[in-house]
Design a protein around this ligand. Structure first.
Ligand code: PEP
Length: 252
């Protein structure tokens, strides 16, 4: 029924030890094995090895939650895209609002990190989205278009195939306050139009655009039913196997 295959990605944020990561992946595995969409779990760096091992032979892809743009060097606390690739990880989230808000991530550093991820063959989940004040000022569309444009600077049409964009209104993340299906669809459509302007219609038609922000087992179907919403980035509910599986089912 959908133009594009959906991608449902969990963002575990700063949760789970390696042993707990193994347990969680093992619990999710049987519940999503018949999924008709792509399923991804983005886990803390420390959990990557355990998650990759647990997900082996399953339909669950594993991702990290950030990467640095340099290959190596004096960047205490950072992890490079090269290092991620060496573990076998396939995805990386870039520009999550928590990185932008709490760790000084900017559109420019987001762009640098995307470049490094692509150069290392990783698939990117690029996050964009507005604060509530910005929505109230009526600047959501312009802001999200600008975030998208700067993030994709220097990304070729061919490389764009490795990019998923997640529209995540910041006021909806971890708040239990979901965007309405219409609001989600409107902004996903703005992002798609931005991609059409930057590249072409075929690229815009092909790109996966997710919604993220308090998506759960109850509201997923309505959100995922929207024509421009091609999946979800799931925080809280991705830590609950049954809920996450419900969302995956809603996308299938
Ligand atoms: C997220 O972290 O990207 C997210 C959408 O979180 P939550 O689902 O908990 O709102």
């Amino acid at each position: 029924k959908k133009l594009r295959k959906a991608v449902i990605a969990g963002n575990w944020k700063m949760n789970k030890t390696p042993a707990e990561a193994t347990e969680l992946i093992e619990a999710i595995k049987p519940l999503v094995k018949d999924a008709d969409c792509d399923v991804v779990a983005c886990v803390p760096y420390i959990d990557l090895a355990a998650a990759l091992e647990a997900a082996k032979g399953s339909n669950i892809g594993i991702g990290a939650q950030n990467c640095h743009w340099e290959k190596s060097g004096a960047f205490t606390g950072e992890i490079s895209a090269d290092m991620l690739t060496s573990t076998g990880v396939q995805y990386v989230i870039i520009g999550h609002s928590e990185r932008r808000t709490y760790f000084g991530e900017t559109d420019v550093t987001v762009n640098k990190r995307i470049r490094a991820a692509l150069d290392n063959g990783l698939s990117v989940i690029l996050c964009v989205g507005e604060f509530l004040e910005q929505r109230e000022q009526g600047i959501t569309d312009e802001l999200v278009a600008m975030q998208t444009k700067i993030a994709l600077g220097g990304v070729s049409k061919d490389e764009l195939k490795k990019i998923i964009i997640a529209y995540e209104p910041i006021w909806a993340i971890g708040t239990g306050k979901t965007a309405t299906a219409q609001q989600a669809n409107e902004v996903c459509a703005v992002i798609r139009a931005t991609v059409a302007k930057l590249y072409d219609t075929a690229s815009a038609d092909a790109i996966t655009i997710q919604y993220g922000g308090s998506m759960n087992a109850k509201n997923a179907a309505e959100l995922l039913d929207q024509p421009d919403v091609d999946g979800g980035l799931i925080g809280g509910a991705s830590l609950k196997p049954a809920d996450f599986a419900e969302i995956v089912k809603a996308a299938s």
